[in-house]
Design a protein around this ligand. Structure first.
Ligand code: NAX
Length: 328
């Protein structure tokens, strides 16, 4: 039997946590033959820690055969100890009257502390996915706070945007999602992200040619994907949770187990590809193999796409400037 892998999850008593933990323990993240140990972090307050205890009681009551252990933590230094995977879901939400700048700073503090803790105690091969918003900038901060870990181990979640785009294309073309290949989402996990189906195919045929409607792309598709989170809040009263948890699972599973040549979107530190400055935490189309991702190279960027990429890059650069003083 395989040795258990340690999966740390922050914000474990939150909404996404409640959709995520049971699937990890069920083997959806790392495979049905891979035992897991869950190391769950919540803030150091009685309500959150009690809620976490309740979640753990439910996890226990599932009697998952693959679950080799579960522990509750209020200190990242113990939660991240020897972690092979770290899912950073917990973040500071925007409260009434909070400026964007304050939100960025509050989160910068959290992700500086967590980056340092990962640096100190996690496995040297830890794979980190940041879900908590602003996800790209939080991932960038964690990466910069962990100089002893490879920068490439830090990623941000664009997969929900990717999956949302897939589902819109499937609905438009009437084809199953599983038949769609070569979709890319560029940039920041925010309404500025650029979902790009110019290279996408269905059963080998061009999606762009079969839709053949640039106005639909610009006026319907892109805004629908960008505003999907808001539409879900309006309909459900609370933000997307199960779909976000599902995207987190897709992201890490594909990173660890490989995509067999299929493209997926990951927010990763740029290596300079496509003119995106090095280390910018940016959504790129990637393929993965043997636990490593590779940016899909050589794609033609037309004028419309360049404009969209510049816009989302500008937003990320501004976010990064906003927290620069905290990253001494
Ligand atoms: P919830 O508010 O339900 O849960 C967040 C949990 O995190 C809370 O229980 C809170 O106590 C905990 N927490 C806060 N700070 C923490 C810290 N420093 N250490 C450990 N735990 C901490 O939010 P939920 O709906 O679960 O969403 C979590 C995050 O995901 C939010 O930042 C949200 O904006 C973000 N999202 C990101 C998405 C993406 O695609 N990247 C999509 C979904 C989601 O909106």
């Amino acid at each position: 039997a395989k040795a258990p892998m340690r999966v740390a999850v922050t914000g474990a008593a939150g909404q996404i946590g409640y959709s995520l933990l049971f699937r990890i323990a069920n083997g959806d993240l790392l495979g049905k033959d891979q035992p897991v140990i869950l190391q769950l972090l919540e803030i150091d307050n009685e309500k959150a820690q009690n809620a976490l205890k309740g979640v753990i009681m439910e996890i226990d009551d599932c009697a998952f055969p693959l679950l080799a252990g579960v522990s509750a933590h209020s200190d990242p230094m113990t939660a991240f100890k020897d972690a092979d995977i770290a899912l950073l879901v917990g973040a500071r939400p925007r409260s009434a009257g909070m400026e964007r700048k304050d939100l960025l700073e509050a989160n910068a503090q959290i992700f500086t502390v967590q980056g340092k803790a990962l640096d100190a105690v996690a496995s040297r091969n830890v794979k980190v996915l940041v879900v908590g918003n602003p996800a790209n900038t939080n991932a960038y901060i964690a990466m910069k706070s962990a100089p002893n870990l490879p920068a490439k181990n830090f990623t941000a979640m664009l997969r929900l945007d990717h999956n949302r785009a897939l589902s819109q294309i499937a609905a438009k073309t009437g084809k199953p999602v599983a038949s769609i290949e070569k979709l890319a989402v560029w940039g920041n996990h925010s309404p500025t992200m650029y979902a790009d189906y110019r290279f996408a195919t269905i059963d080998g045929k061009s999606v762009k040619e079969s839709i053949n409607d640039d106005a639909w792309n610009k006026d319907t598709f892109l805004p629908t994907v960008a505003k999907r989170g808001t539409a879900i809040i309006e309909a459900r009263g609370v933000s997307s949770a199960a779909s976000a948890a599902n995207a987190a699972i897709d992201h890490v599973r594909d990173w660890v187990l490989g995509t067999n040549g299929k493209w997926v979107t990951m927010g990763i530190p740029s290596d300079g590809s496509y003119g995106i400055p090095k280390d910018t935490m940016f959504g790129f189309p990637v393929t993965t193999e043997n636990g490593e991702y590779k940016i899909v190279q050589g794609l033609d960027i037309d004028a419309f796409s360049q404009e969209r990429i510049n816009l989302t890059l500008k937003e990320l650069t501004e976010e990064r400037e906003g927290v620069k003083h905290l990253l001494a």
